[in-house]
Design a protein around this ligand. Structure first.
Ligand code: NAD
Length: 330
């Protein structure tokens, strides 16, 4: 059994990661300030487990962070200001706070007596400038050249905070694993993502209705959260996952947004039709991770099909948010 700290543990990835770790007998501390994560029924049930603690701490608070326990084996640093709406309205905070949070976590990690590994969640968005300006291979490997997008654009703040974070981790002298998640989806992910957004609209429409879908030609690779958690844990546990940057996603599930919408429509089952809408400006037309390095390091590949993952996601949103009217992440 190991003792694990998950920052941002009440959020989407953190909750699913904690659930999997607890099921395997690990002791888990979830740290969150609940700025985005929500204390819903599922989180409360998880926190009822004797091996789980909730630490309500703002990670920007240096003194509180460095005063935390010093016997963690693994630290997963997931907390960050994320989401297009938050990033567009508070770009300076994204730059300053995401970096300050990581600096505090690195200091905490240095104080640990037996730390085996720190995991930092970067993002697939670090490649957004390269996809705009360079002729990148898609699927894109971790080694592709990073070009910066317009520094004056507020959205750049997010990728820049993550890129700087990657460099901080690599220069920290700590045992680190850096991951670049690509479009994880699943239950309890809030509403600001194409999968729950389109599911909510499709669920509310009458039979035979018309579903407006933006950027239908754009292509993305969607990775179900259980597969993502399995790969994150495997990278954290294997020597080959040490000291590098790893894509995490599902290279085999690349699909156009129009075809994704059709999978969602088939899942909701009302015979809806698609109306192609506007194209999101500045969004890359194609993004897909090259998973060769991660598969080689872990010996694992994602196993959940898009149809199965969407069905599980819809069942959860229907019971808990659409019909159950429960809270969803902000
Ligand atoms: N979900 C994806 O597909 C995806 C893609 C790329 C990158 N990532 C990265 O993975 C990480 C986790 O993503 P997620 O989807 O679970 O996000 P999330 O927003 O659901 O979870 C992040 C959590 O961090 C918490 N948090 C924010 N500021 C905090 C602070 N100052 N102190 C303490 N807690 C704070 C929030 O309340 C939230 O619960 C993020 O760093 C994100 O950038 C995720």
């Amino acid at each position: 059994m190991s003792k694990v700290l998950i920052t941002g543990g009440a959020g989407f990835i953190g909750f699913h990661l904690a659930t999997a770790l607890v099921a395997d007998g690990h002791a888990v501390d979830l740290l969150d300030d609940f700025s985005r994560g929500v204390g819903d029924a599922e989180l409360k049930a998880l926190l009822d487990r004797p091996s789980v603690r909730c630490l309500t701490v703002d990670l920007r608070d240096h003194d509180k962070v460095v005063a935390l326990d010093d016997d963690y084996d693994h630290i997963y640093h997931l907390a960050a200001i994320i989401g297009v709406a938050h990033v567009m309205s508070r770009p300076y905070a994204v730059l300053a706070d995401n970096v300050a949070m990581l600096a505090n976590v690195i200091e905490l990690a240095r104080r640990q007596k037996h730390l085996a590994r720190l995991l930092f969640t970067s993002t697939s968005e670090v490649m957004v400038g390269s996809l705009q300006h360079l002729d990148l291979p898609v699927p894109t490997p971790e080694t592709a050249v990073v070009a910066l997008p317009d520094l004056a654009h507020p959205r750049t703040s997010y990728m820049l905070s993550k890129l700087y974070g990657e460099a901080m981790c690599l220069q920290s002298g700590l045992p680190v694993t850096i991951i670049r998640p690509h479009n994880f989806y699943g239950p309890r992910m809030g509403m600001s993502h194409v999968v729950p957004e389109l599911l909510a609209k499709a669920h509310a429409l009458p039979a035979g209705g018309v579903l407006p879908v933006a950027s239908v030609e754009h292509r993305r690779a969607f990775c179900y959260i259980d597969d993502a958690v399995t790969l994150m844990r495997a990278l954290m546990d294997k020597p080959a996952g040490l000291g590098g940057v790893f894509n995490i996603g599902n290279q085999d599930q690349e699909i156009s947004i129009g075809d994704l919408a059709q999978v969602l429509i088939d899942t909701v089952g009302k015979g809806l039709s698609i109306q192609a809408g506007e194209v999101h400006p500045g969004s890359p037309s194609r993004r897909c991770p090259d998973m060769t390095k991660t598969v080689a390091a872990t010996g694992l590949s994602p196993v959940v099909s898009l149809q199965d993952g969407v069905a599980r996601t819809y069942a959860w949103y229907r019971a808990n948010v659409f019909d159950g009217k429960g809270p969803s992440a902000k």
